[in-house]
Each structure stands twice: as C-alpha cells, then as structure tokens.
Design a protein around this ligand. Structure first.
Ligand code: PLP
Length: 410
C-alpha cells in the first residue's frame, strides 16, 4: 500500500469508478459524426435494451434519476391526481427522493424505516394514508429490496400506485423478480456512481404502454408527441402525424400536460449502451465484492453491522453500508475520519429527509419524529464495492476497521 504523506495515506479504496469501454467510445464518435445529438435512435435502443434487461415491457430514458422519480409521479395527473395530493416515501433516502415528490407538485408524507433493512417500515405505512394519498414510493436503499409484497398489498387495499425508487437497485432481485418490475413503475438513476451509467441520466420502467407514452410526452415539455420512436429526432425529420392533430395544429406545439425538459441525449445513450454490454461482468464483480465484505464483516459485531439479503432476495451491489451500533464507544465521525485518513473513501448513509435536511424545515416535522431514520442519519456510512476494487483493497479496508476497533475497544 502507498506510503502516508502529511499523515494521510493516498486513496487506496476509492468510493467509485467509471468504466467507459471501446463500444461507448466508438458510439460517441458515431453520434458526433452524425451531427444528431439530441434524443434519437440510440436513446431508443438504450431504452429497449434496458427494458429487456430488467424484464419490463417499456422503458423511458430521462436526464436524471431524480426526474425519473418526478416524472413517474407526474403520470398520476393523467389519472385523476391533483397537485398537492400526497405521496408516501421513507424518511431515509438520498434527498432526491423527497425532492422529486415536491418537484412533481405532490406533498411528501414520510414514514420511518426499519433499522435492519434501511427501508420503509411496511407496518407504519397504513397510518400515514389519508384520502389525499395517491402513491407509495418505496426506495430499495443501497440495493436492498423494500418489502414489496406487503407494500403492494397495502397499495391494492387503498387503490394506490406503487413507484419503486430503484435508483440504487440495479441488479437487485426480490422473490425471483428484478427491481424495476415490482410495482406500477420504477425509477432508476444512471448517474456515474450507479452500476449502469450514462454519466448523467435516469430511466423509468413499466409494463404499461399508456404510462410510457405519457412519460415520453412529459420529458418533452408535455407535448402531444409520444411515439416510442419520434422521427423528428432523426435526420429524416418527416412525421406523417405532425399536422394531423385536432384542427391541423402542429403536434410539436400542442402541450397536453405540464411537462419537463428531461430528455436523455444521444451521447449519454452511447455511453449507456457500451456500459450495458459490460453489465453482467460488472455486476458479477460487484456481487463478489459485496458478498466478501458482508461475510468478513460479521466479526465486527456487535459494534458494527451491515445489511443482509433476506430469503429469495439479492441485494443490488451498489455499495457497502456500515451502521455503528449503540454499544460502540466511538462515533461515526471518529471512524470515518480514521478511514479517510488511511485512504478509504466513505460517504454518509444519507439522512432523515424531513428532520435532518435543513431544506425540509418548512414542512414542520421535528427531530425525534423518525427515530430509525435519524439513527442511520447519525450513525451510518457506506463505502464502494465497485468493479475495480480487488480483494487486496477489500482486505485493506477490513484491516483498517480492525485496527480502528482494536484501538477503541480494549
Ligand atoms: C435513492 C435515490 N433516488 C434518486 C436518486 C437521484 O438520481 P440522480 O442523481 O440520477 O438524479 C438517487 C441518486 O443517487 C438515489 O440514490
């Protein structure tokens, strides 16, 4: 391992990585040469490939995972939802989940999580449902599938839509089905830290063709165009439907709903397509790393715990979470400062959006309202399990944890 400089070791266990392969590079050049870089045929191809991979009938590519959450929610306005209606989300998530609800014009209603899964507590959902609730948006945090059977049962009972926030759940499986097929719609992030990436980007999967059409309209300002392959985005821009909308209006300038500007572009799709061709090997390497750390980490109980896959469940190997337990005679900050100083990059495990994110103060929640989410907000962190980490680096992390503990626990 590299030597310490000024008391700090160079990064030995980096949090993230980026694999841009030859296929991505060749496609990027092709796109640039074609002079057609806005949403077009490569985006469509990426959508098809992503839908196939997940096992959904439709996929609609967008400019971010946050927009994937928000636009999936905005589909509900076509089915009788009103602005200000309520959407139930877990209190603990990356803040984008809560932001997307507000950006879509809904009111976020938060429910506490379970400390051992990091996911929304299904037993607490029904108490949060009112006659304004329209959707449940569980998050598969750090790739751990939420309790989808219970969540879908509740949704059915109360006639609610279920949107999975699957931003971090690439490769997650629940009872033999992939994350992305477990509700009515699912929102993935394709941001660079995620397993399938287009650098920036997001994608919604669904089995409903009508939802996919509305999403295509929403991503392009709410215009009436919603064909899966819009010829206006190709070099031969002739559309037979263009002037046949209603009283011969140009369909491009008929705005049927309040939309967004959220298209994926061809360069992002080119990166994504190349990335998809390496998906299975990237996933396998990440699964191996996650499995290795999960197994070896058991020896740090009862002071440190991680999460574990339930029966018939596979965690999407997004990252490796660590939760410092009450019996530990040190704080998260003590531990992450030690790891960072020794070259292990760490990130916090997010926070309770309503009570630990200052931007959410205006909603009027109070510290103590979501004890489990707040506990993780104060005591959780995560490190990478990405495809470029080798066993040597994972062992280095484990040794750093062991050294830290042996100094603190005597
Ligand atoms: C749970 C969750 N939801 C939504 C998002 C938003 O995705 P993006 O950063 O692509 O907007 C993220 C981002 O990592 C996330 O972790």
């Amino acid at each position: 391992m590299a030597e310490k400089k000024n008391g700090k070791r160079p990064v030995t266990v980096p949090f993230g990585t980026l694999s841009i392969n030859g296929k991505s590079r060749a496609l990027v050049n092709k796109v640039l040469d074609s002079n057609r870089v806005s949403c077009g045929k490569y985006v469509r191809e990426f959508e098809k490939r992503f839908a196939e991979l997940v096992g959904a009938k439709e996929a609609v590519a967008l400019s971010s995972g946050t927009d994937a959450d928000a636009l999936a929610l905005a589909v509900l306005y076509d089915f009788g939802a009103h602005r200000g209606d309520e959407v139930i989300v877990p209190a603990l998530s990356f803040v984008a989940t809560g932001n997307a609800v507000l950006q879509a014009g809904f009111t976020s209603v938060f429910v506490d999580i379970e400390r051992n899964t990091l996911n929304i507590d299904p037993l607490k959902i029904e108490a949060a449902i009112t006659n304004k609730t329209r959707a449940l948006m569980p998050v598969h945090l750090i790739g751990k599938p939420a309790a989808m059977d219970a969540i879908n049962r509740i949704a059915k009972r109360h006639k609610l839509i279920v949107i999975e926030d699957a931003a971090e759940a690439h490769g997650a499986e629940y009872k033999g089905r992939n994350a992305g097929t477990l509700g009515d719609m699912a929102a993935f992030s394709l941001y660079v830290a995620h397993i399938i990436t287009s650098i920036e980007g997001g994608i919604v999967t669904t089995n409903r063709k009508d939802y996919a059409e509305i999403l295509r309209s929403l991503r392009s300002h709410g215009r009436a165009c919603k064909c899966d392959k819009c010829v206006l985005n190709t070099a031969s821009a002739y559309c037979a439907k263009r002037f046949k909308y209603g009283s011969s209006n140009d369909i491009r300038f008929v705005f049927e709903r309040i939309g967004y500007s959220s298209k994926m572009n061809e360069l992002e799709a080119a990166i994504g397509l190349g990335n998809l061709s390496d998906y299975h090997s990237i996933l396998a390497r990440r699964r191996k790393n996650l499995g290795y750390l999960t197994d070896k980490f058991k020896r740090f109980a009862p002071y440190l715990l991680t999460i574990e896959a339930g029966a018939k469940e596979k965690i999407g190997p997004h990252a490796f979470p660590v939760i410092i337990q009450e019996c530990a005679p040190f704080t998260r900050e003590d531990m992450t400062a030690y790891l960072e100083k020794n070259g292990v990059e760490t990130r916090t495990l997010f926070s309770s959006m309503p009570t630990q994110c200052p931007g959410y103060k205006f909603l009027g929640y109070e510290l103590g309202d979501f004890p489990n989410a707040e506990y993780i907000g104060n005591n959780g962190f995560h490190i990478g399990v990405h495809q470029d980490l080798k066993q040597r680096e994972l062992d280095y992390f484990l040794k750093s944890v062991a050294d830290f503990l042996s100094d603190k626990i005597r």
